[in-house]
Design a protein around this ligand. Structure first.
Ligand SMILES: Cc1cc2nc3c(=O)[nH]c(=O)nc-3n(C[C@H](O)[C@H](O)[C@H](O)COP(=O)(O)OP(=O)(O)OC[C@H]3O[C@@H](n4cnc5c(N)ncnc54)[C@H](O)[C@@H]3O)c2cc1C
Length: 473
């Protein structure tokens, strides 16, 4: 990329969800970028339910400056460090409790809030003169010379150097980039209702923490207090694709028509579902698709958020993943700009940071699927199946994605001999990776088999087998 100050990179962001708004904030900090955001809805708005802010999401919100826009009254976080429970939905029996580990600072413990509050926190830091609503992207054309032409439903046309697809799970940008990639209805729909905490308090036996109340056959209920007077109830159920409007997302739904499906659940769950059925429920048909080999295309298109990884809410951390994508993309642009490199180099660098991350996440889902198939083949009783599934999913689960630090990922660009800095990636036996920058680390007493690393941030000495240390320069 040319470094003359008068030349700037023109960027279009498609979509005003957490990914698009996060991109608007970070691109707005880059003096060499001229950006605009296009959202198809008539206003920047968010449908339905609650959202968990995980440790890594807080980290990114602190980085982009919007954590301070979130008021403690707006979210719910258990005071005892608990992150959630799993119960047998039929008997109410507690099967497992999860806690944050001691090294997670309390201000980054996961919490749950109404989605619109997160969106409004992000929007506050966005230059809204550059946000254009009622602009649905309907065509993309690659032009000679490296620019991209984007055409909107109302006939508006723009030409940009970089197209950022932040247009969600049903991404138009992804479909253009990878026409053979398809997402499909995964056979499950979620019904989400926010009700008043005051009413829920009248129910006996409904603990005040995030709880999955599980049954078999994909049937479960999730209950959780949110901020202010809000309490979230989400019911998940398998539904046949045939004859249904499976593309529905955030559609009003009469939940009374499904209440009978939950007759086998324990009393507190049935009571809270009855309250939900009196409220305003929205239906979400869940879609997902295979992993993309690359999250970039054509040298001038980058996908972020759900556009880059159609996981349909797996891990309850998609907002954090989207903001990590933003971090990696904007740092890659800065890296290329400051070195006079081409935009394609920035795009490739971004891909080299994020594609491996998504590969690892899909790998965790494969482990879940394998554990589930094995379990289903065992012919257990209903209660045994519920308990065993919770136990085995907990064993198969990994938590590295929540403590992942995108800001210390090795930022080296493949075959390039330049990088931001020297980064040592240490792979532990359990598969987790820790990245240590040279500026944070002192290397002492290395031998052929082992490297002793003192990291400034954790003030600890780790003895790392040499084969587990990968040096990126
Ligand atoms: C059931 C469920 C539960 C989840 N729970 C959590 C959770 O607890 N925590 C968490 O962090 N994540 C959770 N997620 C994931 C999270 O919702 C997503 O990862 C996150 O919203 C992704 O943000 P995004 O900006 O990529 O996409 P979106 O939020 O989907 O935003 C995309 C935007 O693009 C716009 N758009 C689409 N097409 C076009 C077009 N052609 N032209 C212009 N604009 C367009 C859309 O209108 C929308 O505003 C959950 C997801 C599901 C399905």
């Amino acid at each position: 990329m040319a470094t003359e100050t008068e030349k700037r990179i023109k960027v279009a962001i498609i979509g005003g969800g957490p990914g698009g708004l996060g991109a608007a904030i970070e691109l707005g900090k880059l003096p060499f970028v001229d950006w605009n955001l296009y959202e198809k809805k008539p206003q920047i708005s968010e449908t339905g339910g609650g959202i968990s802010l995980q440790e890594h999401t807080w980290r990114m919100l602190e980085y982009n400056g919007t954590a301070e826009n979130i008021n403690a009254k707006d979210f719910y976080r258990p005071a005892d460090g608990q992150s959630g429970q799993t119960r047998n939905g039929r008997s109410g029996k507690l099967i497992g409790k999860r806690y944050h580990s001691d090294d997670v600072p309390p201000h980054r413990h996961s919490c749950r809030m109404v989605r619109a509050k997160l969106q409004s926190a992000l929007l506050q830091n966005v230059d809204q003169t550059r946000v254009h609503v009622a602009k649905k992207l309907v065509a993309i054309d690659e032009l000679p010379g490296g620019k991209v032409r984007i055409t909107f439903e109302d006939g508006f046309v723009d030409e940009v150097d970089l197209l950022v697809g932040a247009d969600g799970i049903r991404s138009f940008v992804r479909k253009f980039s990878f026409p053979d990639h398809n997402i499909r209805y995964n056979g499950q729909s979620a019904y989400r209702t926010i009700i008043s905490k005051e009413k829920v308090r009248e129910i006996n036996g409904l603990p005040w923490v995030p709880i999955f109340w599980n049954n078999v056959g994909g049937l479960y209920v999730f209950t959780c207090p949110l901020g202010n007077d809000d309490f979230e109830v989400t019911a998940r159920i398998r539904r046949p694709a045939e004859g249904q409007e499976v593309v529905s997302w955030g559609q009003p739904f009469d939940f009374r028509t499904l209440l009978h499906e939950y007759d086998e659940f324990c009393l507190p769950v049935r009571q809270v579902l009855r309250l939900a059925a009196e409220g305003e429920t929205q239906e979400f048909a869940l879609f997902s698709g295979p992993r993309l080999e690359r999250v970039v295309s054509h040298g001038n298109i980058a996908m972020i958020g759900d556009a880059s990884h159609p996981l349909s809410g797996a891990f309850g951390a998609g907002a954090g993943f989207a903001l990590e994508d933003v971090y990696a993309l904007t740092k890659s642009l800065e890296w290329a700009w400051s070195r006079g490199k081409a935009l394609t180099d920035a795009v490739d660098l971004f891909d080299s940071i994020r594609s491996p991350h998504y590969k690892a996440l899909y790998g965790v889902l494969d482990k879940f699927a394998a554990a589930n198939s094995k379990l289903l083949a065992e012919g257990l009783s209903v209660d045994q199946e519920i308990e065993e599934r919770a136990k085995r999913m907990s064993e198969a689960s990994e938590s590295w994605m929540y403590s992942y630090k995108v800001d210390i990922v090795p930022l080296s660009s493949g075959d390039s001999d330049e990088s931001f800095e020297e980064v040592y990636q240490i792979r532990h036996d359990d598969g987790n990776a820790v990245n240590v920058r040279t500026e944070d680390a002192l290397f002492k007493g290395s031998s052929d088999s082992q490297i002793n690393i003192v990291t400034a941030d954790v003030q600890s000495i780790n003895l790392i087998p040499r084969e587990n240390v990968e040096v990126r320069v």
